[in-house]
Design a protein around this ligand. Structure first.
Ligand code: SF4
Length: 431
C-alpha cells in the first residue's frame, strides 16, 4: 500500500565520531575488489547521468570482462561483477573510451547524486565534477564521501549526504542552500556559485580531518570539537570571493523517489538493481538521444521515453513494474555466491517470497551481520541469515522472530509492525 504523502525515512541513523586507522576500501573502476565470484568494479556516474554510447560501452565491458550483468548502486553508480583476474587494463581502456574515467586519480571521489527527474541540475553536476577532477587535494576524500545536488524538492537531499546543495539550479542569481553533513542550518550562496561552494565544503572537511587526525571518511564522523560550522564555512566562502550568509535553521523538504512505472519520465526498477546486459541494452535503446539517469534508489529514469511500444519492450525484457510493485521495498546484500561471508543465497530466498509478503515496512535481507546496503533509518525489517544456515532471524525495532517455521507469515507480520511494540501471540516472537 502506498502512503498518501511522502514521508522521509524515520530515525535517521547518524554517523558517530570514528577514529579510522586506514583509508576506506571502497572499490572503484581501477581499484577492483576481490569477491568470491571474481573481481568487482564500481564505476562512478556523477549525477547518474549516462549517455547512450556510455551505456553501450558499459554493456560491452560487462560481457567482455564480467558476468554479463550490471548492478545499480545506492549512490547512482554502476557495478560490474565476476571480472577475471588481469582484466584491469582492458577495462580501464574501455571505460576511458566511454569518457567514464576523465581523471583516474579522482575516479573514486566523483560521488555526486542529483535529482534524477530534473534536467536543470545537470549543469551543476558537470561543473562540480569538473572542479573535483581539477583539484588534487580532493583525491584525499574517501570513496564514501557524498555530494547531493537537489533541485529544491528534497529527494536526494534526504540521503544523508556530506555536502548538500538545495535550491533552484536554473535561476543563477537566486540563493540556494549548502548544508554540511546533517546540520540543522546551512549557508546561502547564489545558485551560480553552488558547485564551487560544494568543492570548498569538501576542502573544509579535509582541513578538519587533518586537524583532528582521525582519518574520518564522512562529515558525521568528525569528533565534536572539529565539527564543521556554518559561520566558519561562510567566512571561507567569502574569502574565496563567494557571497555567503548563514541560515540558522532550515525546514528541509522531503520528496519521495520517483515511482516505478510508465509515468513521465519513465522509471524502471530492476529487482535488486541487477540487470542482464540484454535488459540493459533495452534501456539504452529506449534512452535514445537523451541518455538515462541512474538513481540512488537503484532505478533508471528515462527522460521522455513514453509510448506503448516502449512499454512492450520493457515487458518483454521483464522490466515493466507498476508503482505498487512489491519489489519497491525489498532489498538484499550480494549474498552467496558472490560474498564469502554470506550464510545463504539471500537474493534467491527473497525472490521466492517477494510476492507473498507485502506490507508497509521495507525489508532487507542480509547474509551476515554487516547488512551491506541496508535502508536508512530504523523502520525496516531486518532479515538476517542465521549462523548455522538454513534459517533466518527477523527483527524490526526491537521485536524479533527467531527462525520462524513459516518465514512468509513471520515476514508479513514483521512488515505490518508499527513503531509501538504490539502484543503478539506468535510463540516464535521474542520481545
Ligand atoms: S552483508 Fe555480509 S554476506 Fe552480505 S554482502 Fe555484506 S559482507 Fe557479504
Amino acid at each position: 500500500m502506498l502512503a498518501a504523502m511522502p514521508t522521509p525515512p524515520s530515525a535517521v541513523s547518524r554517523d558517530e565520531p570514528v577514529i579510522r586507522d586506514r583509508g576506506d576500501a571502497c572499490p572503484g573502476a581501477l581499484r577492483l575488489h576481490a569477491a568470491d565470484d571474481g573481481f568487482l568494479a564500481r564505476v562512478r556516474i556523477p549525477g547518474g547521468a549516462l549517455g547512450v554510447r556510455q551505456g553501450e560501452l558499459l554493456a560491452v565491458a560487462a560481457d567482455r570482462f564480467g558476468d554479463g550483468h550490471l548492478e545499480l548502486t545506492s549512490r547512482g553508480n554502476v557495478q560490474l561483477r565476476g571480472l577475471a583476474d588481469g582484466c584491469g587494463a582492458g577495462l580501464g581502456e574501455l571505460l576511458d573510451a566511454a569518457g567514464l574515467l576523465p581523471a583516474p586519480a579522482h575516479e573514486r571521489v566523483r560521488n555526486i547524486v542529483a535529482t534524477p527527474t530534473s534536467p536543470a541540475v545537470l549543469p551543476w553536476v558537470r561543473e562540480l565534477d569538473r572542479l573535483l577532477c581539477a583539484n588534487t587535494r580532493v583525491t584525499a576524500l574517501s570513496g564514501r564521501f557524498l555530494f547531493a545536488l537537489d533541485d529544491g524538492r528534497g529527494d536526494v537531499a534526504a540521503l544523508e549526504p556530506d555536502v548538500t546543495v538545495l535550491g533552484r539550479p536554473d535561476a543563477p542569481g537566486e540563493r540556494v542552500l549548502v548544508r554540511l553533513g546533517s546540520a540543522a542550518g546551512a549557508v546561502a550562496v547564489a545558485s551560480r556559485d553552488a558547485p564551487r561552494a560544494a568543492l570548498l565544503a569538501a576542502e573544509y572537511f579535509l582541513d578538519a580531518v587533518d586537524a583532528a587526525g582521525t582519518r574520518a571518511w564522512r562529515v558525521g564522523e568528525l569528533p565534536g570539537q572539529y565539527r564543521l560550522e556554518e559561520g566558519v564555512f561562510a567566512a571561507r566562502l567569502t574569502g574565496a570571493g563567494i557571497g555567503a550568509a548563514v541560515v540558522e535553521a532550515v525546514e528541509w523538504p522531503y520528496a519521495a523517489p520517483p515511482a516505478p512505472g510508465a509515468g513521465d519520465p519513465l522509471c524502471v526498477l530492476p529487482p535488486f538493481g541487477r540487470l542482464s546486459t540484454a535488459q540493459w541494452r533495452v534501456l539504452v535503446r529506449l534512452a535514445e538521444g537523451d541518455g538515462m539517469r541512474i538513481t540512488p534508489w537503484r532505478t533508471v529514469v528515462l527522460p521522455d521515453a513514453g509510448g506503448t511500444d516502449r512499454l512492450d519492450l520493457l515487458r518483454e525484457a521483464g522490466l515493466a513494474f507498476s508503482p505498487d510493485t512489491a519489489w519497491r521495498s525489498v532489498t538484499a546484500c550480494a549474498g552467496q555466491p558472490g560474498c564469502a561471508k554470506s550464510r545463504a543465497d539471500v537474493r534467491a530466498d527473497a525472490r521466492a517470497l517477494v510476492e507473498r509478503t507485502r506490507g508497509e515496512l521495507p525489508v532487507h535481507w542480509s547474509g551476515c551481520e554487516r547488512r551491506c546496503g541496508h535502508p536508512r533509518g530504523t523502520r525496516w525489517v531486518d532479515v538476517l541469515a542465521a549462523e548455522d544456515g538454513g534459517a533466518y532471524r527477523l527483527s524490526v525495532q526491537g521485536r524479533e522472530w527467531d527462525r520462524p517455521a513459516d518465514l512468509a507469515a513471520a515476514l508479513s507480520a514483521a512488515r505490518a509492525t508499527t513503531s509501538e511494540p504490539q502484543p503478539d501471540t506468535d510463540p516464535a516472537v521474542k520481545k
